[in-house]
Write a protein that binds this ligand. Sequence first.
Ligand code: B3K
Ligand code: ZN
Length: 866
Amino acid sequence: KVEIFLADYEPPKTVVTDIRLVFCLFDTHADITATSTFTRNGDLAAPMVLDAGDMLEIVSVKLDGVAARHSRGKRTLTVEGAGAGGTLEIVTRIKPQDNTKLEGLYRSGGMFCTQCEAEGFRQITAFPDRPDVMARYAVRIEADKASCPVLLSNGNPVASGGLGEGRHFAEWEDPFPKPSYLFALVAGDLGHITDHFTTASGRRVTLNIYADPRDLDKCDHAMESLKRSMRWDEEVYGLEYDLDLFNIVAVGDFNMGAMENKGLNVFNTKCVLASPETATDRDYDSVEGIIGHEYFHNWTGNRVTCRDWFQLSLKEGLTVFRDQEFSADMGSRAVKRLDDVRILRSHQFPEDGGPLAHPVRPDRYVEINNFYTVTVYNKGAEVIRMMHRLIGAEAFRKGMDLYFARHDGQAVTCDDFAAAMADASGKDLSQFKRWYSQAGTPVLSVSRARTGNDVIVTIEQETAPTPGQPVKEPFHMPFLMGWVATDGQAITPVVTGGDWREDGCLLEVREGRQSFTFKDVPEGAVPSLLRGFSAPVRLKSDLTREDLAFLLRYDSDPFARWEAAQTLARDQVLGVTAALIEGRNAPADTPFSDAVESLFADKALDPAFLAELLTLPGEVELGQMMEVLEPGHLHEAREATLNDLATRYEAEMRARYDSLRPKGGYKQDGAARAARRLANLLLQFLARRPGGDALVKAHYEAADNMTDRIAALSAVSDSDFACRGAILADFYERSKDEPLVLDKWFAVQATSRRGDTVQKVRELSRHPAFTLKNPNRLRSLVSSFTMLNQAGFHDPSGQGYRFLAETILAVDKINPLIAARLVAPLGRWARVEPARQAMMLDSLRFILDEPKLSDDVRELAAKSLK
Ligand code: B3K
Ligand code: ZN
């Protein structure tokens, strides 16, 4: 496969306006007749070249009813004599039951389902399979009635009936022109739950969630989330749903989280099913967020779509921003923001600082599936958030309105989006757009200088080179800050070049180095920096430990307050790490442990927020801050810090833990959830103390919900408690018929901090319940280990790297897209200590030595070796 460049974009030569698809589904194969009405641009004498997937058999090709000359390329179908336009009929045959890539039409359990984004439609029929070709779809599905009583596609049902010989059919029509990646079909033996939603303008919409009949008791939370999403989009953006029917289907074998097909969202079971017995509070939040995300795509993605796949963040960054805001409005805004910052720091920053760094709008790719990344999604959402911050909520809404007024029904670019925002607000966003084209995480250094009564705040920005981008221009970004006087009160000193708002003073940073003068700042006042994490940067500042401890007590901005705690914690852990590496005694000062004292005293603190403040940065994030990563020492130092906290505050923790334990039964409200969050965190600390064994066992036995049960299981899995074996076995017994719960059993063991985890993971990979074919199961063991267990993955034996390399090669034969998504951790060798580095490079070479390696894995492994 060759590299494709953004700069080479050309409008489509073949445009399809209408397509009729007839699917005849059998256990052994599927036959598909696609009849398209097309027109052509450019050289009409040239043959028509369509995209055709490698799993496709072309049975016949006709132009205007007459057999046409055609030939097959590796990934194309060339048809002669197409002229200026007409009707093209293509018959294809495929084998959905053999499709382990889970792209195009495949089978999951007994059911037929599709995944077409990005380039799966070409595995169903030959077509100009690109998002700027938008057609109206009419679909007929014929299948066996007993095994496939439910037949679904996009849009509205228009006909159905029996066909004899146990077969039946259904016909669907979608009135909205759409790109092929939004096509979907589902056929299977599914149950469903139904509800209704009446839109602001009075349209009554039927809502269905289809699932395996055994899972119907786990669909209510998704249904409630869907109705909340629909209402939210009306209230916040004035956007209504546009069909009379909205269907969601839960599928057990699915590459990604979910898919926003028009009127027929297909979901990974993990992202839709939830019950107190099977899902944690976090899972509940994640279901709500993803239901929202896919629903919001109906406007940001479907009604207005992407011109080409380089523009992926046009729909994904924007839709992630929308789902983040939705979740913030449904739950705790402060806590949601911290979760999003954690994802950036532990996943996106490493990507941006490693060999796979790419801009939010990439300018080249070999395999587009490799670009569904945290950069395109989550950094893309930060780019939208910064625009929102720079122009303000009101202008942002005007910009959205203008974007839809201009582009409804079109396939457009990130530039078109930025233009709507610039035109609606009058703000020049030309420099700002560098966030789309330049990769890398800027480092911001903030310093203070007092001159008389004034304080000059100087902000410098620098972005290190990334692959292919040796020199970076300065970014335009919003920097939100505040001041806290010595009495703990917020003050708002007059500032040159800044603008005070409710949540702080907005400074617009545009230069490499820039200063802002705050007038008459009282002596001792402390600046609160980067409030709300107003830009996706790494922050360095001259704040002292005393300043940070002060902000932790008094800052009104939740992010800045939490960040003060995180900074102290990083200092403490990294200080211990350095001492361990150099063979010194641990430093005597423990700034984070000291600062925590005030938190237990603060009775007004929301328990959920206290839990955030007490959660140390993870090892991946901490490792990013070391010049040379020594994963073993870092792990030991972080453990020492946790032990120190547990020892010093055991009494406070125990008292608080006891006070938080529920008196009545299980509840899902905010207060009950916050109490569980804190109690379960405290349990992890208390498990480190004498008597931890009995406490954890009692917690496990008392658990009447998955949040509590998994908290105890995780403490057990980290330990060598006598009850360890029995509790792991009990959890297995309870979960063996619930795939999503069984995934947790694998994940908990893969993230164990015990020293024997790498051997255990190998062993688990041979467990009869483990399979490489189901992406959820695979990720629950392998990605949990390689991405969330830094010390385990970097086991000094090198076995972690070897295990990952072998797994990648095995998965590559089944599902290259999923195999490629496992590669990244091996590529982050550059900053790792030399002995491990050599073993990581060996493992990458071992992968690249495989002659039959997929393009998917090759693209990432080759980049990782550079
Ligand atoms: N748009 C889909 C992702 C499809 C991934 C294809 N490899 C899910 C989402 O972002 O909503
Ligand atoms: Zn999306």
